[in-house]
Design a protein around this ligand. Structure first.
Ligand SMILES: Cc1cc2nc3c(=O)[nH]c(=O)nc-3n(C[C@H](O)[C@H](O)[C@H](O)COP(=O)(O)OP(=O)(O)OC[C@H]3O[C@@H](n4cnc5c(N)ncnc54)[C@H](O)[C@@H]3O)c2cc1C
Length: 422
């Protein structure tokens, strides 16, 4: 793989046949996560597609001209023409492979696939999920000299990295941006020496054998597994939601509120997340209508007082969305008045849904004892019903799901495991 500068762009990329170009930066965790995958794929596809990389900070005018706004960004070229597909952020190996395959004849792709050699690595502990729970367990295990690998389908940080501001994590006088708090947690664990395998596809988990397969070819074996996979937002399950998800309907204010400057939005929900996030969205949006099924919010008093004092926010209690339809630039939310059963329409530029979370247990739900809501049952050492398998953080059965409780669980599991392995 070759490192090039802007002056070589014409010769190496535009006249280079089939090319993939990686714009990277230093001090960039997603770039670090991409580097081994890019290297590995250049060995596989290198005879057919040229792999080059360019340091973005030193080649800014070209990067901007090519529409590159963040690092890493992968661009693809075929005989001097830039292909429409680009990737940035936490880039998965499977996404790059898909794009590379589309640039080659099917016969050649089959030959390349035959070259993929399965690999096996062994650790003491596999942690699934690099949110606060998993990162804390990783830190404690590493400091106890337990050989640990952290596996995540996304970049490290978990839900905290998409939380705009955290004011209740002890040790910080001022509220912290969620992405900074999670970045610091992740760097602390990484610097200790825990191995990271992030932005990967977890294709198989065998809890009994303590084996995890990532990206289809890499098997990781261990003596213990910690499940720290957290939760995902619940969907409403009403017509139009799936179609408009990511196209006007969002589940993350930190990620998407900025796109609604001076626009009108609907916020669905009435718990702490909905009320706090509505307040955050009001920094951008001109008008917010909150739709909640009950006659009062369930969020804490302080958050409610702030919301009721916000002139941009109005509330529709005892209403529930029944469907979402796009009409031109607007989304029509059909809401039912639960008392009168009357249906009315709300016109907005976007919809945010905060109606609770569900545990991420898809790959192992039949193997472990769960509570009636699907959360993993653990004992006081965070051990699950299967020997050698622990679970921590939001994915376990418990009353309060917070960063502090997730890091506490991670601490307990790690100390218990370190003692057992001793
Ligand atoms: C909008 C919002 C605001 C919040 N604000 C606060 C706050 O101000 N203060 C507070 O204390 N708490 C807050 N919370 C709660 C807090 O974020 C969680 O309690 C905490 O993040 C839980 O940590 P965790 O490690 O258990 O899970 P998560 O943070 O959910 O991390 C789970 C990780 O597992 C990964 N994963 C999922 N499936 C797999 C798989 N199959 N294999 C591998 N990895 C997988 C995910 O990609 C993710 O990185 C907020 C939550 C939300 C949604």
């Amino acid at each position: 793989m070759k490192e090039i500068s802007s002056s070589e762009f014409e010769k190496e990329v535009l006249e280079g046949g089939k090319v993939v170009l990686d714009f990277y930066s230093t001090e960039c965790p997603p770039c670090e996560a991409l580097a081994p995958k890019f290297e590995n794929l250049s060995n596989l596809y290198g005879k057919d597609i040229k792999f080059v990389k360019m340091f973005r900070q030193q080649n800014k005018p070209l990067a901007e001209k090519l529409g590159v706004k963040s690092s890493p960004t992968l661009l693809f070229f075929d005989n001097g023409v830039q292909l429409p597909k680009t990737f940035s952020g936490g880039i998965k190996r499977s996404d790059i492979i898909h794009q590379l395959d589309s640039m080659l004849p099917a016969e050649r792709v089959r030959e390349i696939k035959k070259l993929i050699k399965p690999s096996v690595s062994e650790y003491d502990v596999i942690i699934l999920g690099a949110g606060p729970g998993g990162l804390t367990a990783g830190l404690y295990l590493c400091q106890s000299k337990v050989n640990t690998v952290l596996v995540d389908i996304a970049l490290p940080g978990g839900q905290v990295s998409t939380t705009h501001s955290v004011s209740n994590y002890p040790g910080f006088i001022e509220p912290q941006p969620g992405y900074m708090l999670s970045h610091n947690m992740s760097e602390q664990t990484k610097q200790c020496g825990t191995v990271y395998k992030v932005a990967v596809d977890v294709t198989m988990i065998d809890l009994e054998k303590k084996e995890v397969v990532i990206d289809e070819f890499e098997t990781i074996k261990a003596k213990k597994i910690i499940i720290a996979t957290g939760t995902s937002p619940n969907l409403m399950g009403v017509p139009g939601e799936k179609e408009l998800k990511g196209k006007g309907i969002s589940y993350c204010a930190t990620c998407d509120a900025k796109y609604f400057g001076d626009k009108e939005v609907v916020v669905v929900g009435g718990g702490n997340s909905a009320v706090e996030e509505a307040d955050f969205i009001s920094k951008f949006a001109s008008k917010i209508t909150m739709v909640h099924q009950f006659d009062a919010f369930t969020a804490n008093k302080q958050a409610q007082e702030k919301l009721f004092a916000n002139p941009k926010i109005s509330t529709l209690f005892e209403h529930e969305p029944r469907s979402f339809v796009r009409e031109g630039d607007k989304i029509i939310t059909e809401v039912e008045n639960l008392k009168t059963k009357k249906i009315s329409k709300l016109f907005s530029d976007g919809v945010f849904v905060f109606i609770g979370m569900k545990p991420n247990i898809e790959l192992f739900k039949d193997k472990l004892e769960l509570d009636k809501w699907g959360y993993i049952k653990t004992n006081e050492d965070m051990q699950t019903s299967m020997p050698g398998v622990y679970a921590v953080g939001d994915v376990i059965s418990k009353k309060y799901r917070q960063i502090t409780t997730a890091v506490a669980d991670g601490t307990i599991a790690a100390i218990a495991i370190a003692k057992e392995l001793d």
